[in-house]
Write a protein that binds this ligand. Structure first.
Ligand code: DX5
Ligand code: ZN
Length: 217
């Protein structure tokens, strides 16, 4: 049995009654809360920011996995720490000085993740990989929940796991976008050990059961 870190994305939760969904995740077998932060510039959508995350932190009993889909994320690293982020992921495409940004994240005691858009090659991570706790492979174009999984992601996961086996065996490989009960098995088989699921969890008749399913390999 392989240990899978499952992080439901609150983007698909019921924002009219967020507490209900947070309680469900607390009760469930999920490992982290995945929080999607969008600025309307890096991605064509705006989600939520500091005040909401601060409130989630008060109710959540599990780590907050914050996925920044924003330009110049280096401007806000300490702010994310202050509102309760435990894992902070920035996009490769949004960081000119990625090495510095990763060090900044780690200096505040958070785990550091780097995310790749579907068109960005895992080869570009060669020199930063030893510094990272996690790589997030986007298997849809970031910005919206409920999109279909891009199949080329399988190859990227496989290649990244081979690279990590040599350079950084502890690396967490997280996959985000279009994950459901039909494809998660293949995603894990290729080398991922962390999954994000939004619509698959919150669109299910029984979200807790779906979480259990997505953790069983
Ligand atoms: C997309 C976000 C995802 C999204 C996943 O930009 O990064 O975390 O919420 O949603 P699903 O699982 O519905 O594709
Ligand atoms: Zn995400």
């Amino acid at each position: 049995m392989k240990e899978i870190i499952l992080a439901p994305s609150l983007l698909s939760a019921d924002f009219n009654n967020l507490q209900k969904d947070i309680d469900m995740i607390n009760r469930s077998q999920a490992d982290w809360f995945h929080l999607d932060i969008m600025d309307g510039v890096f991605v064509p959508n705006i989600s939520f920011g500091f005040p909401i995350v601060k409130h989630i932190k008060k109710l959540a009993t599990k780590p907050l996995d914050v996925h920044l889909m924003i330009i110049q994320p280096e401007r806000y690293i300490e702010d994310w720490k202050n509102v309760g982020a435990d894992i902070l992921t920035v996009h490769y495409e949004a960081c000119t000085h990625l090495h510095r940004t990763v060090q900044q994240i780690k200096s505040f005691g958070m785990k550091a993740g780097v995310s790749l858009n579907p068109h960005t090659s895992v080869d570009l991570l060669q020199d930063i990989l030893p510094e990272l706790d996690m790589v997030l492979i986007m298997s849809v174009n970031p910005g919206f929940g409920g999109q279909s999984f891009i199949k080329n992601s399988f190859k990227k996961i496989e290649k990244l796991r081979l690279m990590a086996d040599i350079i950084n065996p502890q690396l967490i490989i997280q996959v985000d976008g279009g994950i459901d009960k039909n494809n998660y098995h293949e995603v894990v088989k290729m080398g991922a050990n962390a999954l994000v699921a939004g619509s698959a969890v919150f669109g299910a008749d029984n979200p807790e059961e779906m979480i259990k399913t997505l953790k069983s390999f």
